[in-house]
Ligand binder design. Structure first.
Ligand SMILES: [Zn+2]
Length: 294
């Protein structure tokens, strides 16, 4: 069994938002051409594209992240079309005046299961009252909360020459721990093992049984700690939180590149080298995700 806890749903409205930010009036088709990426078309079509891709790689279920605030409807359409294959995540800017309304609608009406906060991107500290309100709205609908911490670089923004004025100080796993302590029934997910803040992510997860770590991406943040390897990262994470709180993910996003098989192979090989039991690997590669999003 294989589930991917971290894929981005780069919809037409995602590209429209980026085009608007760039302010040159480019149509989505032109933007995709510039990137040499497939034009996603309607959400239904993109959802079908994803299902074909997951089938090709024998991936049972995937989290799809609406990757710009306000794009919940795209992922909701994908989930509605393929409810057994997708779990809907959505990005919210907690500082926006409509953040709570969007969270409420996404969780209660649109069937989405996880709100994604990017405190460094949206310049909103996690102990801000507005963040608490968003988490309360998610908690009421039994949704999870994903908080991006550590290094943040958004490839598509770079490729389009968009400025990214991120405040990296705000993506601190220890601040997630504070929030997770206040909402003990809400699962919190820290992606990429904390993206450079591994020690803090492990400390946070050690303190809070409701904090989960996702393994997604090529984890290039490893280069910030001299000598650290992916094997070391998995060994430490397994020792602190165990396989029941580790969620495999790839951070796949656009087509034609599609599902990032190499990430899976690399992580599978690391766990094999560590001699991790098959049952524990099953949890990491799918069981934990199914338990969280049954
Ligand atoms: Zn991602």
């Amino acid at each position: 069994m294989l589930n991917d806890a971290h894929c981005h749903f780069f919809s037409t409205s995602f590209f429209s938002a980026l085009s608007q930010q760039r302010g040159r009036g480019d149509a989505v088709a032109a933007l995709c051409k510039e990137l040499d990426w497939e034009n996603p078309g309607q959400p239904d079509a993109l959802a079908d594209r994803w299902v074909r891709e997951l089938d090709a790689h024998k991936v049972a279920r995937a989290a799809l992240i609406a990757s710009v605030p306000g794009d919940e409807a795209s992922v909701a359409a994908a989930v509605a079309k393929h409810p057994t294959r997708f779990v809907g995540y959505f990005m919210v800017n907690a500082a926006a005046p409509d953040a709570v309304a969007h969270t409420h609608a996404a969780v209660y009406s649109q069937g989405l299961r996880c709100v994604c906060l990017f405190p460094a991107m949206h310049h909103t500290p996690l102990d801000d009252e507005r963040v608490k309100k968003v988490v309360e709205a998610a908690a009421g609908g039994e949704a999870a909360v994903f908080v991006h911490c550590g290094q943040l670089s958004v490839g598509v923004r770079r490729a389009l020459g968009l400025a990214s004025a991120f405040d990296l100080r705000l993506g601190d796993p220890l601040a997630v721990a504070r929030l997770a302590t206040a909402f003990p029934a809400v699962p919190f997910i820290i992606p990429h093992f904390g993206a450079g803040l591994l020690r803090e992510a492990l400390m946070a997860a050690d303190a809070c049984p409701n904090i989960y770590l996702d393994t997604s991406s090529s984890n290039r943040w490893i280069r910030f700690t001299p000598g650290l390897t992916l094997d070391d990262v998995f060994r430490a994470a397994l020792a602190v939180v165990g396989p029941g709180r580790i969620l495999f993910g790839t951070d796949s996003s656009y087509f034609p590149r599609g599902w990032q098989r190499g990430v899976h192979e690399e992580q599978r090989a690391a766990l094999e080298r560590l001699g991790v039991a098959a049952a524990d690997q099953d949890m990491i590669f799918g069981g934990t995700f199914d338990r969280l999003f049954s």
